[in-house]
Write a protein that binds this ligand. Structure first.
Ligand code: NDP
Length: 309
């Protein structure tokens, strides 16, 4: 790959080539995001703006890495002069078992989205949790601690969000998932954090809720913040997670999905007169925290935000 041009998306085969013949790119690739699919990821434009602003002579790339290619990819990266990586769907949970160390916060979540390379060792972190809390604060000027949260999803992102809600000791947390048993499992793992003495009247402080209209209608009466942590909305033909007829103006809606075409949930919220935000702010804040882990310095948040616009 000598003299190679920068590619929008690299593959596992390219990564193998990186080891044999490091590509002669200026600035060199030292960071990247691994996922499948990956073409939609906005992390490169955000991180490359930050690197350039800070005068760091390296670039961040996208890698299309399938599930069965993750372990060999991480093994290859260990021997390259990389600074770190981000991981996205479907790698966040599986990678926990493949890195050399997982920090305590990420261990509690059971998923990593950031890896730092230190002396050829891969150290895993989770920046989605703090990214979510900062995004909610910046979008709605509220703290999770004061909110009753209705969370959709029980995968990697939802686990990070649920653990962050527990850490913040939010007012209440109800979890809804297509596979109800997974929602119940997540609730069971958080029981101790919600055992406090708050009195909430007719609703439990922590519960798994079936994905049924009647149950959701009841839950929404006892909710301040609705969070979509499923991929519903990523595809332009996806239905809205909740129709406008179920939503009310008092609600705040946070859709972790970000899509150039807008998201159906944010549209439903607008129709119902509710405040809503898409996942760009979470992407920004999780990325800023990752930058801080890699370089031990403050991330240029305004530059990163502008690059995402
Ligand atoms: P996972 O694959 O780990 O989990 C996906 C979750 O969504 C599961 O709970 C799954 O339910 C549910 N789900 C999948 N498809 C559907 C569907 N068609 N209808 C209803 N539920 C569905 O993915 P992640 O948790 O890592 O990511 C989920 C989404 O969160 C991503 O697609 C991304 O858009 C968003 N995200 C955004 C971030 C940001 O910075 N803005 C950061 C991280 C994630 P089941 O258990 O039943 O399979």
């Amino acid at each position: 790959m000598k003299g190679a041009r920068f590619k929008d998306v690299y593959t596992f085969a390219d990564l193998q080539d990186f080891e044999r013949t490091p590509p002669n790119l200026k600035p060199p690739v030292r960071l990247g995001v691994l996922g499948d699919p990956i073409a939609h990821s906005l992390s490169p434009q955000m991180q490359n703006a930050a690197l350039s602003h800070c005068g760091i002579d390296m670039q961040y790339a996208r890698f299309h890495i399938r599930r069965d290619e993750l372990r060999p990819s991480l093994d290859l990266v260990r021997s390259l002069v990389f600074v770190g990586l981000n991981l996205t769907v479907p790698h966040k949970v599986a990678a926990c078992e493949m890195v050399d160390e997982v920090d305590a916060d990420a261990e509690a979540i059971g998923a990593i989205n950031t890896i730092a390379l230190r002396e050829k060792r891969l150290i895993g972190f989770n920046t989605d949790a703090i990214g979510f809390a900062r995004a909610v604060r910046s979008e709605f000027s509220v703290d999770l601690r004061d909110l009753r949260v209705l969370l959709f999803g029980a995968g990697g992102a939802a686990r990070a969000i649920a653990v962050q809600c527990a850490r913040a000791s939010c007012e209440r947390l109800a979890i809804v998932n297509r596979d109800h048993e997974k929602a119940r499992g997540l609730v069971a793992s958080l029981q101790a954090a919600f055992a406090g003495p708050r009195v909430l009247g007719p609703v439990a402080r922590l519960e798994a809720v079936p994905w049924e209209e009647r149950a959701l209608r009841f839950q929404l009466e006892h909710t301040d913040l609705v969070v979509n942590a499923t991929p519903l909305g990523l595809n332009p033909n996806d239905p809205a997670l909740l129709p406008a007829t179920l939503l009310q103006p008092h609600l705040m809606i946070y859709d972790t999905v970000y899509a150039a075409h807008g998201t159906p949930l944010v549209e439903s919220a607008a129709e119902a007169g509710a405040r809503a935000a898409n996942g760009l702010s979470m992407l920004l804040h999780q990325g800023a925290r990752a930058f801080e882990i890699w370089f031990g310095r403050e991330a240029p948040l305004d530059v990163m935000r502008a690059a995402l616009r």
